[in-house]
Design a protein around this ligand. Structure first.
Ligand code: C2O
Ligand code: CU
Length: 472
């Protein structure tokens, strides 16, 4: 489709207000109650093409409304399904109790709703809610079922990082459109490997621009797409393409131990990296967020997939608060000690016939798909091996925060911002084996782990683990 780059402003999803607040009868504390309705909407993505694209999103928008909440304040969210097919919503990044975790087989049929309880006791972090229903997660997310959920805490506020209008989520998703302006449909086209997409969207807008002030901003980067991994860098267009640094301050699981300065951030599906960008040197110029063409498969690159969005830097700062130096020490991260690991498990992510499997098992092998039963509270090392074929797999383990402790088998070592982070998704590149360490807590129960290339997930690269309660 034709659309000039960087011509339209970045949409920023609005913050959802709770419908009301009630009292937790056990603790006396407040619980915020929200309602989100999954419903279809139309968006004319390409004004010069005949048709609008029909999408389905939370409250009829994409991204869905942002939920903004303080650590320690509980919430209940009612997801009302007035979409096209069964849905199941997962709050990615939350240690939700199993019945509220968006289990793939927990269908909420069209016309029904379910109330989900979230404890919100974790440290500040960038979470996102998205569909997780069995076999159809990719289409549901691709057509718009995703939104942000931001958890804040006092420790983070004390660091005086950019906040308010200087703290902006950037949900990146690559899509593809038909020549009439409608969205290309992966399901109707029987897509069973990947959707790389040739149109790079941020918050639902292809290649947007954002007017910024010459000061520091915090951006919450999320790759909310289906299959495409981005290698992001920043070009100052009028300074000989000079690269502008990112200060990486946060990951999937909140603040890093230390901020890490880098000029390249690799972000795979479902990963979040929070970065600070300082535009103060670029008043009156453009800074462009770009994608390094370094994918394994050259046929995944198109005209335009080398760029993401443009920051148009103004000349005046309207508010200079929270604009100081980015602190080096950010948080005392509770990394699980490696010498306390009681078990090492090995999982291979590979091809199984026309499906995708974990240790040879797919989700529909219902009798065998329970692949691990760590004891509640125990620390384990999980070795995640890419079974080959040139594919990459972003692997997500529900419930826990983990640390990446090694990468072997490719030229890439653990990235500096990875080693300062806890994560809940890790990118498993071609030929790699990655070891992660996690404490399996706080709750017992049945949880999922899977590839977050959503086409792989829908083609069975999804399994279960059961956190077991230790007998007294
Ligand atoms: Cu982002 Cu199992 O999901
Ligand atoms: Cu995969």
């Amino acid at each position: 489709p034709t659309q000039s780059f960087f011509s339209q402003p970045l949409p920023i999803p609005g913050v959802k207000a709770p419908k009301y607040t009630f009292t937790n009868p056990q603790t006396g504390g407040p619980i915020d109650y929200y309602e989100l309705e999954i419903k279809p909407f139309q968006r004319k993505q390409y004004p010069n093409l005949a048709k609008s694209a029909r999408m389905v999103g939370y409250d009829g928008q994409f991204p869905g409304p942002t939920i903004d909440i303080e650590q320690g304040r509980e919430s209940v969210v009612r997801y009302i399904n007035n979409g096209d097919r069964p849905a199941s919503t997962h709050l990615h990044g939350s240690y939700s109790r199993a019945p509220f975790d968006g289990y793939a087989d927990d269908h909420i049929d069209v016309g029904q709703y379910k109330d989900y309880y979230y404890p919100n006791q974790q440290n500040a972090r960038t979470l996102w809610y998205h569909d997780h229903v069995v076999d159809h997660t990719a289409e549901n997310v691709y057509f718009g079922m995703a939104g942000l959920y931001l958890l804040h805490d006092q420790h983070e506020r004390d660091l005086a990082l950019p906040t308010g209008k200087y703290d902006i989520p950037l949900l990146i998703m690559a899509r593809q459109y038909n020549s009439d302006g409608t969205l290309w449909d992966p399901e109707k086209n029987d897509e069973d490997t990947s959707i790389y997409g040739d149109v790079v969207e941020v918050n639902g807008q292809p290649w947007p621009n954002l007017k910024v002030e010459p000061r520091k901003y915090r951006f919450r980067l999320l790759d909310g797409g289906i299959s495409r991994t981005f290698k992001l860098f920043l070009n100052a267009d009028q300074k000989n393409n000079q690269r502008v640094p990112f200060y990486v301050i946060g990951s999937d699981c909140g603040l890093l131990a230390q901020s890490v300065v880098t000029d390249l951030v690799t972000i795979s599906i479902a990963e979040r990296w929070d970065v600070v960008i300082d535009f103060s040197q670029f008043a009156g110029q453009n800074v462009t967020l770009r994608n390094d063409h370094e994918e394994v498969n050259p046929d995944t690159e198109y005209l335009g997939t080398d760029r993401v969005m443009r920051f148009i830097v103004g000349t005046t700062v309207s508010d200079s608060s929270n604009n100081g130096a980015v602190p080096v020490q950010l948080r005392d991260v509770p990394f699980p000690p490696q010498d306390q690991s009681v078990n090492t498990r090995h999982f291979e992510f590979g091809r199984g016939g026309s499906n995708w499997v974990i240790n040879g098992i797919g989700w529909h092998d219902t009798a065998d798909r329970l692949l691990a039963a760590p004891q509640r509270g125990s620390i384990e090392i999980w070795e995640l091996e890419n079974g080959g074929g040139g594919w990459s797999h972003p692997i997500h383990v529900h419930l826990v925060d983990f640390q990446v402790i090694s990468r072997t088998g490719s030229d890439r070592s653990v990235l500096p911002y990875e080693s300062a982070a806890q994560q809940d998704v890790v990118w498993l590149g071609p030929g790699e084996t990655v070891r992660v360490i996690a404490r399996f807590s706080p709750w017992p129960g049945l949880y999922m782990f899977h590839c977050h290339n959503l086409i792989h997930e829908d083609h069975e690269m999804l399994a279960e683990f059961n956190v077991t309660q230790v007998a007294d």
